[in-house]
Design a protein around this ligand. Structure first.
Ligand code: PNS
Length: 163
């Protein structure tokens, strides 16, 4: 059985992430979406909120599991008994960071490989950071994120404006 980890911050999950999840869930037997729980990154959504949204938007896939993690990704992979890490590559600008991360992870744990899926063209420009910026200025994010995330962003921005 091939189990893979698709790790990320998912702050918040976008259609670009979902595209990678859907495609990789067809390649592997089980896909564990690892949600980074690291407050040092100052996420907009708490890990509980991110997990909840991810569970909702992946409910239709029976081989996708949403699990929060902290610490090293390779330790999480070992704990989950996963041999593969999946990452999405959008543009060449992603490559340097991803190469460094995959090589470091391979040094730390040679038994775990990283596989890259190139993002579908329609999502190649998309990032959680730009989605948050659009939401912060009251823009419409419905092309970029599922409904539950759009609602979550609206709520967060309302709270932010009121403080
Ligand atoms: O969605 P992101 O923020 O690009 O995801 C980055 C993530 C979570 C994959 C990366 O920060 C990570 O693996 N963090 C865990 C800590 C770790 O293992 N660091 C060493 C990797 S070089």
């Amino acid at each position: 059985m091939l189990r893979a980890i698709y790790p990320g911050s998912f702050d918040p999950v976008t259609y670009g992430h979902l595209d990678i999840m859907e495609r990789s869930s067809k390649i592997v037997d089980e896909l564990v979406v690892g949600v980074l729980n690291n407050n040092a990154k100052m996420p907009l959504f708490s890990v509980e909120e991110r997990v909840k949204m991810l569970k909702e938007v992946t409910a239709e896939f029976d081989n996708i599991l949403i699990v929060p993690f902290n610490g090293l990704l390779v330790d999480f992979a070992k704990k989950m008994e996963a041999e593969l890490i999946i990452r999405g590559l959008r543009a060449i600008t992603d490559f340097e960071y991803e190469l460094q991360m995959s090589q470091t992870n391979h040094k730390l744990c040679p038994g775990v490989e990283t596989m890259f899926l190139t993002t579908s063209i329609e999502y190649s420009y998309l990032s959680s950071t730009t989605v948050k910026e659009i939401a912060a200025f009251g823009g419409d994010t419905s092309q970029f994120v599922p409904e539950v995330v759009r609602k979550g962003l609206k709520e967060k921005m309302k709270v932010k404006r009121s403080v």
